[in-house]
Ligand binder design. Structure first.
Ligand code: 1GP
Length: 230
């Protein structure tokens, strides 16, 4: 269960946001396949370590989605390496990665790392602003991105990221139609089980984030997609 290929549902916890012990227990014991620790702003070694050690009280697999070098610490089951493919800034494709390899390449166990080809589509999200992502991609472009990720880059994961808003299901479907071996992960704005089900028709993995902090009960409901692939 430590491979993203085994995950149908994951919760994403932001180390910069606080979550009390009771809520964390419910999330970790919800039956979700994994907890992803990740965020855009104010991710530090201290808050990542704190959250990881609290999640480690439970048996659920726990992954770090790397957002900056300072906050990468040992102890996670898996490390997810996002590369924002629709950013014009090469720094967000591989800049962080090159820095990481220069500093730590000699001591990494590469088996623990998974590349994610990210496509960021909510123009109002922090990550879109930070990376200056081209969020206006039409369906033809998305299909081409899918082909690129699968056939040229051969990344194991393509992540369609609408962080903060519920996405366009027709675009998720279009992207999925270009992918056979690469896993499609969807994240963004899921607030109900019905929305999770809708995206899960096309995505292989559903990631649920913000709603954990505003409506825990609704967040927990989304786990019910598991095992219900039509
Ligand atoms: C964010 O894709 C995740 O990286 C989940 O998005 O927080 O909008 O649920 P939300």
């Amino acid at each position: 269960m430590y491979e993203i290929n085994d995950w149908q549902h994951a919760f994403k916890l932001d180390p910069a946001k606080s979550i009390d012990d009771d809520a964390l227990q419910k999330i970790c014991e919800s039956g979700t396949d994994a907890i992803i620790v990740g965020g855009t702003d104010d991710v530090t070694m201290d808050n990542v370590l704190d959250l990881m050690s609290r999640i480690r009280r439970y048996t659920v697999p726990c992954a770090l989605e790397i957002s900056n070098l300072e906050s990468v610490i040992p102890g996670f089951d898996r490390y997810l390496v996002p590369s924002v493919l629709n950013s014009p800034n090469v720094q967000f494709h591989n800049g962080l990665l090159i820095e990481a390899l220069k500093q730590y390449g000699h001591m990494l166990n590469f088996e623990e790392f998974t590349m994610e080809g990210y496509i960021v589509l909510n123009p109002d999200s922090k990550v879109a602003k930070l990376t200056a992502a081209d969020t206006s991609l039409d369906s033809d472009s998305l299909y081409a991105y899918g082909q690129m990720v699968e056939h040229f880059y051969r990344y194991p994961v393509c992540y369609i990221e609408y962080s903060g808003t519920y996405g366009d299901v027709s675009k998720v479907a279009e992207l999925k139609s270009a992918l056979q071996n690469t896993r499609l992960v969807y994240g963004g704005g899921i607030e109900t089980l019905q929305q999770a089900q809708e995206m899960f028709q096309y995505a292989d993995t559903i990631v649920v984030g913000n709603i954990i902090y505003s409506d825990l009960k609704q967040a927990l409901e989304t786990v019910k997609i598991k095992g219900k692939k039509g």
